[in-house]
Design a protein around this ligand. Sequence first.
Ligand SMILES: C[S@@+](CC[C@H](N)C(=O)[O-])C[C@H]1O[C@@H](n2cnc3c(N)ncnc32)[C@H](O)[C@@H]1O
Length: 235
Amino acid sequence: MDNSAPALQKPQVVQAMFNRIAPTYDLLNDCISFGMHRGWKRRACDALSLKPGSSVLDVCTGTGDLIYPLLERVGASGKVTGLDFSAEMLTVAQKRFAEEPVTLVQGDALALPFADNEFDGAIISFGLRNVSDIPKALSEMVRVVKPGGWVVNLDTNPKPALPGYWLYFSWIMPRIGQFISRDASAYEYLCQSTQQFLTPDELVTRFETLGLKQVSKNAQSLGAVAMQRGQKPFS
Ligand SMILES: C[S@@+](CC[C@H](N)C(=O)[O-])C[C@H]1O[C@@H](n2cnc3c(N)ncnc32)[C@H](O)[C@@H]1O
């Protein structure tokens, strides 16, 4: 275990890091995932089983990469809300969605500023690994979702079946990060935080512990990323 692990989880460190890399975040995502992150995110949005008119929360929305797929699924009568604690990531999102009916909120995933049972679904994509209290973040998502709604997590996987994954993650990716964003450390953090993250099976257990039903998981791109979903019970 890396000795710097507790520091990595400090909210202020994470917040400052995302503020720093916000301008190049989207370009880097396309480069380091070879564009595959778009498909992963679309499939995660499908897992919310949204309908036209649904209202959905994207926790740790960042630059709002899930917003277009979510808008497509809820339609003009639906409502999409994105929450993040990084002002700079939200600034990118605000420019991107200036013409769209989206609500962007600066706030903490560990204390969501929303009422109980407010949304038809809640999703977190590449965010859970970064929060300092994973059970709290998940329980907040469950709290704000209506009975019958789905909670979905998409993130990197510490146990991939992909040959060369760690070489790519620990050596090549920070160099791409350095070249494009002049910030290798943010992409070293991506590798370290993935190594320290919960496995998909452990996340399934967390979902079940929170009382979610029909919990399932699936891996994509040979386990480079993993998704879990669970439904909030009706009673
Ligand atoms: C890797 S980005 C993911 C952005 C987007 N969801 C995506 O899939 O591209 C992680 C985001 O989580 C946000 N974040 C981390 N901890 C947070 C917290 N406690 N509350 C709110 N946002 C947080 C960061 O500011 C950052 O924008």
